[in-house]
Design a protein around this ligand. Structure first.
Ligand code: MGD
Ligand code: MGD
Ligand code: SF4
Ligand code: MO
Length: 678
């Protein structure tokens, strides 16, 4: 038996360090590595069973070519040579006829690995002169907000939550989506900390909180301003920190004056007394930490909401304290030399300028409306857009186009794979080399292949390298090895990466960034905005309810009176485990409050149809205390192909974009629900 190290590559802040027992080339056990200081040897439920996925009979093993109608999912086996020739020939033809920007890559974070996520693929598409994809689908509104406020996207270390006396999970379902933070919260609570949750839904996390504040979806901006109103009004702010390290306090004070508890209560649905108690508890408990997660920025004013929430620790001076501050993401602390990996300068060779940019949250429009040139080919990897992109019916209409050439690199035949003209088998993170940053801690990790690739599966790196050769791109960068690319990434010269080499990563597997311990990023200012100060930006913060909400458009609300939140399913990862029966079952549910169910004649277990102008889908009702009146929840994201009507929650979600960052607004979504006939 051999013991191999690996890293969980799923799109999760925790980025767990893994240990794999391998016998005769086959994994017999997968577990968490107890030595990792944050992930500490336990795994979430979904990945504890990852070997089921690794060895699933449903894994794609050979290159395939479409043998049926578009979208039907019927294929025939071909050789790698034939597959690569067919792709190279077709892309060359499209580039010649329509220009290279008629080709669109589509990828997200199926793997968080740097090489297989944004390595050889980027070089290939840049050299080709393909359209660039704006990768907005998850975090771009929150990212833009942090950049505007703090200048940089990092914050409190997870290890320091143990020192907090008050922890606020703001739109974060820690038990479901960030479970390795939980033991630090348990430790803090054992030492007397209080733990509150702000979430419209009674999640697993909310169920175990000291207090759960059920907020109206999309109204967090108003709540944050209400907290500022009380904190400033009661003189609980840190005037010295504000004077030294922030900009725009007077304007904020002026704006916050309008957000008295009474008004904020009517906007957010939270009782006045609870708002006041929250403000005082937050400001007076020292230290107090906020774990802000991404739920809050998936609504129309989500960017401004993140801006307003992320100013709170500056208002109270909480950044000064160990166990204070805020964490949304830690990702920008990994100061890689990304340009050395992605080589955007290759576009100069092909196009002579930067290629156009298409927002991935508007894929439906990109495939049906965009012109000059139209999108004639799409190459999908690390993503399942037919399931996860908003306005699904429009996306499907685009993918069904006979004249759209579709290539999909996948591990499983999911919704998007069904639309492929050429479908290529991909390796899993257990089978290829990659370098991993984390967005929930400060450890950099390396994984080497722990297992052989099954069948003829190849890594994304190998596929794009081979395609470059097929297209006669003779630039030496296409000969770079995995190790060359990693060395390039580590070579930025940033102090946080000092002393971290490939050799050290090979030896130690995970290495803490070279930062002070404890890392108190903004204890003495040090914001990375142009002014060097935290920017309150009050002129961007006045609140108006989302158009698609019960407090928004009256005309819409009349027809579609329920707000649908299709937040993450606890025991899966976006659509990645959609082949599992248990996951399919959990993601085919609609939680509805008894006050909304009764007048519609809906009882627990009934088949229901949720619908709006964009589409409809069939689900099973669960009448329970998970949602408040006026809100329904559909745990996401199901493989639509497994549903009776081949649709999932994204048949209803809108492709309207957020206020800043061009992000999707999955959770600003009005629907009506009716009982299906028997
Ligand atoms: N188990 C599991 N873990 C995952 C994932 C998964 O699919 N499943 N996905 C991964 C990915 S891609 C990401 S981005 C992260 C996301 O991690 P989170 O941001 O924690 O996940 P979400 O479910 O999007 O949103 C968190 C909570 O926000 C709440 N929420 C929705 N709208 C609002 C609002 O307007 N205000 C407030 N205050 N709360 C609101 C939701 O009810 C939800 O409980 O999780 C990662 N981890
Ligand atoms: N309704 C609704 N929609 C949502 C969300 C929501 O909360 N509600 N969340 C949104 C968010 S936050 C996100 S991040 C997106 C996630 O959307 P996606 O990034 O598309 O994530 P997944 O659905 O998990 O699909 C990832 C795919 O990558 C494949 N994959 C993994 N590793 C590799 C590899 O090395 N090579 C190749 N070729 N493929 C690989 C997996 O098999 C899987 O099918 O979904 C968004 N969509
Ligand atoms: S999904 Fe997250 S919690 Fe689960 S094993 Fe992977 S990194 Fe760890
Ligand atoms: Mo995400």
């Amino acid at each position: 038996m051999e013991l191999r190290h690996s890293v969980c590559a799923l799109d999760c802040p925790d980025c767990c360090s893994l240990l794999v027992n391998v016998e005769n080339g086959r994994a017999t056990r997968l577990r968490g590595n107890p030595d990792h200081p944050v992930t500490r040897g336990f795994l979430c439920g979904k990945v504890a069973q990852y070997l089921e996925r690794e060895y699933s009979p449903q894994r794609l093993l050979y290159p395939l070519r479409r043998a049926g109608k578009k979208g039907e999912g019927r294929f025939e086996r071909i050789s790698w040579d034939d597959a690569l020739d067919a792709i190279a020939e077709k892309l060359t033809k499209i580039a010649r006829e329509f220009g290279s920007e008629a080709i669109l890559p589509y990828s997200y974070a199926g793997t968080m690995g740097m090489l297989n996520g944004s390595g050889m693929d980027r070089r290939f598409f840049h050299r080709l002169g393909a359209t660039r994809l704006d990768r907005t689908i998850c975090s771009s509104a929150g990212g833009a907000a942090l950049t505007a406020t703090q200048g940089v996207r990092y914050g409190t270390e997870p290890e320091q939550f143990r020192f907090s006396k008050f922890i606020l999970a703001w739109a974060g379902n820690i038990h479901g989506t960030n479970v390795h933070l939980w033991p630090f919260i348990v430790e803090a609570r054992r030492n007397g900390a209080k733990f509150w949750v702000i979430d419209p839904i009674r999640t697993r996390t909310a169920a175990v909180a000291d207090k759960h504040l059920r907020i109206n979806p999309g109204s967090d901006l108003a709540l944050a301003l209400g907290l500022a109103h009380i904190i400033i009004g009661e003189n609980l702010h840190d005037a010295e920190y504000i004077a030294r390290y922030t900009n725009g306090f007077d304007a904020l004070k002026e704006l916050a004056r309008k957000y008295d508890p009474e008004r904020v209560s009517s906007l957010t649905g939270i009782a006045k007394e609870d708002i006041v108690e929250l403000a005082r508890t937050y400001a007076l408990s020292r230290p107090a930490a906020i774990r802000l997660n991404y739920g809050v920025q998936r609504s129309e004013r989500g960017g401004a909401a993140v801006r307003a929430i992320s100013m709170l620790p500056a208002l109270t001076g909480s950044w000064r304290e160990r166990g204070g501050g805020l964490q949304l993401s830690t990702s920008q602390a990994f100061h890689f030399d990304k340009a050395s990996l992605e080589m955007p300068e290759l576009q100069m060779k092909s196009l002579g300028c930067e290629a156009r940019l298409i927002n991935m949250a508007e894929l439906g429009k990109a495939l049906t409306e965009v012109d000059a040139p139209p999108v004639k080919a799409i190459v999908v990897y690390n993503s399942n857009p037919a399931a996860i992109a908003p306005n699904q019916n429009l996306v499907r209409r685009g993918l069904l186009r006979e004249d759209l050439f579709t290539v999909v690199l996948e591990q499983f035949q999911n919704d998007t794979a069904d639309y492929a003209d050429i479908l290529l088998p991909a390796t899993t993170f257990l089978e290829h080399t990659d370098l991993y940053f984390a967005y929930g801690h400060y450890y950099l990790q390396l994984a080497r292949p722990a297992l052989p690739a099954p069948g003829e599966a190849r890594s994304n790196v190998e596929v794009f390298r081979a395609l470059a050769k097929r297209m006669h791109f003779d630039d030496p960068c296409f000969d770079a090895t995995d190790d060359d690319m990693i060395r390039g990434l580590l070579g930025s010269g940033h102090p946080f990466l000092r002393g971290i080499t490939l050799e050290r990563l090979d030896r130690e597997h995970f290495v803490r960034l070279n930062m002070p311990d404890p890392f108190l990023p903004f204890a003495e200012g040090g914001f990375a905005t142009p002014s060097g100060k935290l920017e309150f930006g009050a002129d961007t913060l006045d609140y108006a309810p989302p158009v698609e909400s019960r407090h928004g458009s009256a005309a819409l609300t009349k027809r579609y009176p329920l707000e649908m939140i299709s937040s993450k399913n606890d025991d899966s990862m976006n659509s990645t485990f959609g082949h599992r029966d248990a996951v399919d079952c959990a993601t085919s549910i609609l939680h509805i409050h008894r006050d909304d169910a009764a007048p519609r004649g809906i009882e627990n277990g009934d088949r229901v149809r949720a619908f709006n102008d964009r589409g409809s889908l069939v689900l099973t009702a669960e009448v329970d205390g998970v949602v408040p009146p006026g809100v329904v929840r559909v745990p996401s994201v199901r493989w639509a192909k497994r549903a009776p009507d081949a649709r999932n929650a994204n048949a209803l979600t809108s492709d309207r974009l957020t206020d800043i960052g061009g992000g999707p607004t999955f959770y600003s979504c009005l629907v009506e629900v009716e009982r299906c006939g028997d």
